[in-house]
Ligand binder design. Structure first.
Ligand code: BGC
Length: 488
């Protein structure tokens, strides 16, 4: 267990429930969240197999980790330039940006940007409403920045799993993270955007590049550091992309070069392969989510769910009369009201913990506040360690692909959980060093990957490149396991 504070130790030893075996109580609630280094290694090994399934021509259609080709074949080389529009949908807000990439100064400048809220009803409404709203926000932005007469290329950061057929043809596989608009799954998102713009008829856009936020993150960091070949997001959702050898992407025609693969690692575990490490609280979070059975790994890790996991643990401990004199306040009893940002604040200091517990209407003691901190620490640490296990799989794979004894690489990272939590990034980094000892990883926090990075993808996409094509889906036998490389 993490370091137990003095107050907590007192509680453990004085609580009447525990007189015989004081350690049992804390262990009972928190131990299922504690993953040993061996378990993390096992998680990493399972993901390694799933990456292969996702890349395989025959096994792909059943693979929980989708390994989606992005048609991004190169990271920036510093020659990119021009003016771009960027749209960003998939995090907490929808944004429109005007971005300028200056070759001489090697700079990506955000000229202007505007945030448009997406009301909750719209996240669950029709696709047409959503895309009309997006087209309106874009129209208003162009109008107010005198850009309506221009036909600028547009990078669309759409942070959901999409089967990309080309850089500007992207079929939504499924919604994740709180979105569930009807009539969009299975459709080409670029087409839906163009139709909405056409319905208005008062402006035009140039060529479109579809971008996952992980790819934007990798590309925005890649402009600064050309060895950045991985992009990782730990925010509302979680995911990562990396540069894979095209010859290993069996669904893509061609042998030469590399392509960025959007792993969609949030779907890891959707086939039940993580059931042995799920806690009763993870099961409950999944069951009450709008997409049960989907994105199991994401639900153990990302900002959309961490607060709720903590809340469920606290509710259970309170019901068992171990916290808050057995009294559950209305706020603590309400789904979604224990926000993930509280975890960061509570872990940041005892005073914050006291303030938040008061705001949640709880009658707390000093010991309660310490226990709550321990619960937050345990659940956020598990998230960091699981991310580390997944990232270790990717760096080890890149190292093996290139037959290197030692790999030096850079990971571009973004997301509120990684940025805002006081110890998340250091725990993740420490654990990944343990799990991938032959890799020397630099972590670079991305500066607006979804805006500037999207512009960068759009710029790189305009470069002439070898064409690749997605091969027809085939339903053959699952024999991709044979591709397992030696020495992984
Ligand atoms: C989506 C990914 C995205 C991630 C981070 C997940 O829910 O499926 O496409 O990259 O969230 O935003």
């Amino acid at each position: 267990l993490p370091a137990v504070t003095k107050a907590l130790a007192q509680w453990v030893f004085s609580h009447p429930y525990n007189t015989k075996r004081p350690e049992v109580t804390v262990v009972k609630y928190l131990q299922p969240f504690q993953l040993s280094p061996e378990t993390l290694q096992e998680v990493s090994a399972r993901l390694r197999k799933d990456l292969l399934r996702g890349l395989g021509k025959h096994s792909h259609h059943k693979a929980p980790v989708k390994m989606l080709p992005t048609f991004v074949r190169a990271t920036p080389d510093g020659t990119e330039k021009g003016d771009f529009l960027a749209l960003d949908l998939g995090g907490t807000n929808f944004r429109v940006l005007h971005v300028r990439v200056e070759e001489e100064a090697q700079k990506v400048l955000k000229m202007d940007s505007q945030i448009c809220a997406i009301p909750q009803e719209m996240m669950l409404g029709t696709g047409e409403q959503l895309f009309d709203h997006i087209a309106t926000c874009l129209g208003d932005f162009l109008e107010s920045h005198n850009l309506k007469g221009q036909t600028l290329p547009l990078g669309f950061t759409f942070s959901f799993p999409c089967e990309q057929l080309e850089i500007d043809k992207s079929i939504l596989i499924r919604w994740t993270k709180g979105f569930n608009c009807s009539g969009v799954e299975g459709k080409d998102v670029v087409q839906l955007l163009k139709e909405a713009i056409h319905r208005r008829g008062d402006y035009h856009i140039g060529s479109v590049a579809m971008v996952n936020d992980t790819v934007g993150t990798m590309m925005s960091c890649g402009y600064k550091d050309q060895s950045c070949e991985i992009g990782m997001i730990i925010g509302t959702g979680t995911n990562a992309c990396y540069m894979e050898e095209i010859k290993n992407v069996k669904r893509i025609e061609g042998e030469d070069g590399r392509m960025c693969i959007n792993t969609e690692w949030g779907g890891f575990g959707d086939d039940g392969c993580l059931d042995d490490i799920l806690t009763e609280f993870d099961v409950e979070v999944d069951k009450t989510s709008i997409n049960p059975g989907v994105h199991i790994f994401e639900k153990m890790i990302s900002g959309m769910y961490l607060g709720e996991i903590v809340r469920l643990v606290l509710v259970k401990m309170t019901k068992d009369k171990l916290l808050f004199k057995g009294q559950i306040s209305e706020a603590l009893g309400t789904r979604g009201l224990f926000e993930t940002k509280f975890i960061s604040e509570i872990e940041d200091g005892l005073e914050n913990a006291k303030k938040i517990l008061t705001e949640l209407g709880l009658d707390w003691s000093l010991v309660d506040a310490s226990v709550v901190r321990l619960v937050c620490d345990t659940i956020s640490s598990r998230s960091a360690y699981l991310c580390a296990a997944a990232l270790a799989t990717l760096v080890n794979r890149i190292r093996n692909n290139r037959k290197l004894g030692h790999l030096k690489t850079t990971v571009g990272v973004d997301g509120t959980v990684y940025r805002k939590h006081p110890t998340f990034s250091s725990k993740l980094q420490k654990a990944v060093r343990l799990l991938a000892p032959q890799c020397d990883i630099t972590f670079l926090v991305s500066e607006d990957g979804s805006g500037k990075g999207a512009a960068m993808v759009t710029a790189v996409a305009q470069r002439p490149a070898h064409q690749s094509r997605l091969l027809e889906e085939s339903d053959g036998e699952d024999n991709e396991e044979e591709e397992e490389e030696e020495g992984q």
